[in-house]
Design a protein around this ligand. Structure first.
Ligand SMILES: NC(=O)c1ccc[n+]([C@@H]2O[C@H](COP(=O)([O-])OP(=O)(O)OC[C@H]3O[C@@H](n4cnc5c(N)ncnc54)[C@H](OP(=O)(O)O)[C@@H]3O)[C@@H](O)[C@H]2O)c1
Length: 339
């Protein structure tokens, strides 16, 4: 049997058996078959914005990007925590091209403020990683009235991404990577009740539903922006030992701890999607450990085309995003001054 065939069989077996595939065992087995598909060093001025950069997988992705020579915008909601992470990553990577950006992605007002500023001040953006995510233990509503996990994982990133399109267009070919979860396999899109207000609160199920929304939105962006020079990709990182898992899933963590990936292993596919050649040629897919994965495991989770469009329309309506109006001026202030 050829090496490619045997590695493919091993990879698929790991994926279908879930536990070994999502754990660090899966990562260790698969990494032995990877070639050097990612950029060894990025072009000068290559920039990436990572949300949820103060801890966990987001911070690990920032460190990997910094080691590759990227200019890294670390989006955090708490400046002090962000500066601590920046200093740590700068010391470990030897990079001084790390900048802390403050924005609460669960707040549409904060996303509007930040994105207006960013697009006006920054020339180009080559990659956006929507990584910030929460699984709230109780049903919480934001000040703007949205269920917290929906606001953080879906609505804020929807608005942020659309409002950053001018910077991503200037950076084209550019990429957007949406960090979802394997938990999304358990959920069908509930387009008529996106925030699941009619259901009893169930943290893992609500979280998984937002992660299903992220994957569908990725596919919709890929269709809508085909030919724009911006490619969209979704991924799941497997199971990693992060502050989020420690807080939200303490029993799972206790049981699984020896098998959990570290944040750096979980960040691998994010950085590969942002920098390698192959994913840019295959937009709109759902990836794990550098391979495209199915988006459904069972038929009952499949949504209709009408429900997919309803998801987009509802996100646009709730976030106040209008494609016709255009998000923010496409010209950075530095360009304007030189007019
Ligand atoms: N770890 C896993 O096993 C796993 C599995 C599947 C999917 N994921 C996904 O991977 C991503 C990262 O997970 P993680 O485990 O690294 O999580 P984590 O340890 O909880 O880190 C999440 C990061 O997001 C930030 N964040 C949360 N809410 C925010 C907001 N409203 N605005 C800005 N930043 C915010 C947090 O900031 P603070 O530091 O201020 O809290 C933190 O930096 C998430 O999307 C998660 O759903 C993780």
């Amino acid at each position: 049997m050829s090496r490619a065939l045997s590695s493919g069989l091993i990879d698929k077996t790991l994926d279908w058996t879930v536990l070994p595939g999502y754990s660090k065992l899966g990562f260790r087995v698969r990494e032995r078959f990877w070639h050097d598909g990612e950029a060894q060093a990025l072009p000068a001025g290559w920039s990436v914005l990572v949300t949820g950069a103060s801890a966990g997988i987001g911070a690990a992705a920032c460190e990997r990007f910094a080691r590759l020579g990227a200019s890294v915008h670390m989006l955090v909601r708490n400046r002090e925590k962000g500066e601590d992470a920046r200093a740590r990553i700068s010391e470990r990577s030897g990079s001084d091209r790390l900048k802390v950006e403050v924005c609460d992605v669960s707040s549409l007002a904060s996303v509007r403020d930040f994105s207006s500023r960013f697009v006006a001040e920054q020339g180009q953006l080559h990659a956006l990683v929507n990584n910030a995510g929460v699984m709230s233990s109780t049903r919480i509503h934001t000040e703007e009235g949205f269920e917290l996990s929906f606001a953080t994982n879906v609505l804020g990133p929807f608005l942020l991404t659309n409002r950053l399109l001018p910077s991503l267009r200037r950076g084209a070919p550019s990429r957007v990577i949406n960090v979802s979860s394997g938990g999304m396999y358990s959920q069908r899109l509930c387009a008529e009740d996106l925030q699941l207000e009619r259901r009893e609160y169930d943290p893992p199920a609500f979280y998984a539903h937002t992660k299903r929304c992220e994957v569908i939105l990725t596919e919709l962006w890929a269709e809508r922006l085909r030919g724009s020079g911006i490619s969209f990709h979704a991924m799941h990182p497997g199971w990693a030992d992060t502050p989020g898992v420690r807080t939200s899933l303490p029993r799972f963590r206790k049981l699984m701890r020896p098998l959990l990936r570290d944040a750096d292993q979980a960040a691998d596919t994010i950085v590969w999607l942002a920098t390698a050649v192959e994913p840019a040629e295959r937009p709109g897919l759902f990836w794990h450990d550098r391979a495209a994965r199915p988006t459904h495991r069972v038929p009952w989770t499949r949504e209709s085309g009408a429900d997919r469009e309803r998801l987009w329309d509802e996100c646009a309506r709730l976030s106040g995003w209008s494609e016709d109006a255009g998000p923010v001026p496409a010209t950075p202030s530095s360009d304007k001054e030189s007019d």
